[in-house]
Design a protein around this ligand. Structure first.
Ligand code: NDP
Length: 249
């Protein structure tokens, strides 16, 4: 039920942070993982660590032709596609009145339009495989807002609704589409946040019943679960992985 031998997975942003955590889970369960990100050096290190035939393909997920090339090259090198993880993401921390249109577009394109581009390009390949799995990464900002994250919150709210639309559209193709909503996880992204948002580190600890920040290996299990035969009737869901952060105010 948790064996992914013979399956091919693309993980955008799989060269670090939560993406690497999920890639570790998928590779550990036997999948061949395509690490899809911009930084070739970081991706090469991830591929070395993952083993199991993992490979790196450079991509800018906000660019349509780059995403099309990713899909073409992944299928040319691996022969098929079964799993897509739309994980790549960024944040620009400013209140709405200080955020420029270019910054708004950069965040929306990287976090939300990317999921459309990758899913759209992956769909025919998943159909060809007889079905598949798409895992989109939302956030606590899919649920809550924050003064310093207008574009980020809009993109992550959008991810949940996009997940539901794709789940409904592609159920007949035996493609299950789900979202994971991480709580506060220790990665490069949140190391910056802790520098920029006063008191963030302690307020997360106070609010999280598990009384710790998440680590990237907290995402190994959920990735395997949503990517394989254990979750055939779960689709359109948004599953929190947050140590309980979202269950209490
Ligand atoms: P990291 O900064 O560690 O990782 C972000 C990843 O995205 C990197 O691998 C980066 O690779 C990749 N990436 C960014 N822009 C692009 C692009 N244009 N094209 C291709 N790849 C890109 O952050 P996290 O691991 O924390 O974040 C991963 C996801 O989890 C994001 O969607 C984030 O919003 C979400 N998330 C994180 C939380 C946290 O607490 N950490 C909480 C909730 C959600 P490269 O630079 O090589 O391109």
């Amino acid at each position: 039920m948790f064996d992914l031998t013979g399956k091919v997975a693309i993980v955008t942003g799989g060269n670090g942070g939560i993406g690497l955590g999920m890639a570790r889970g998928l590779a550990g369960a036997g999948a061949r993982v395509v690490v899809a990100a911009r930084n070739a050096k970081k991706s090469a290190a991830a591929v070395r660590e993952l083993g199991s035939g993992a490979l790196a393909i450079e991509v800018d997920v906000s660019d349509e032709s780059s995403v099309k090339a990713l899909m073409r090259d992944a299928v040319a090198q691996c022969g098929r596609l079964d799993i897509l993880v739309n994980n790549a993401g960024i944040n620009i921390r400013k209140p709405p009145h200080a955020l420029s249109l270019a910054e708004w577009r950069q965040v929306i394109d990287t976090n939300l339009t990317s999921a459309y581009l990758c899913s759209h390009a992956a769909h025919p390949q998943l159909q060809r495989s007889g079905g598949g799995k798409i895992i989109n990464i939302g956030s606590m900002m899919s649920i809550f807002g924050a003064a310093y994250a207008p574009a980020y919150a809009a993109s992550k709210g959008g991810i949940v609704q996009f997940t539901k639309a794709c789940a409904a559209a592609w159920a007949a193709d035996n493609i299950q589409v789900n979202a994971i909503l991480p709580g506060w996880i220790d990665t490069d992204l949140t190391r910056n946040a802790r520098d920029q948002v006063a008191g963030l580190h302690d307020s997360v600890l106070r609010r999280t019943p598990a009384a710790r920040w998440g680590v990237i290996d907290d995402f190994r299990g959920i990735a395997v679960f949503l990517a394989g035969a254990a979750s055939p009737f779960i689709t359109g869901a948004a599953i929190t992985v947050d140590g309980g952060y979202s269950i209490q105010g």
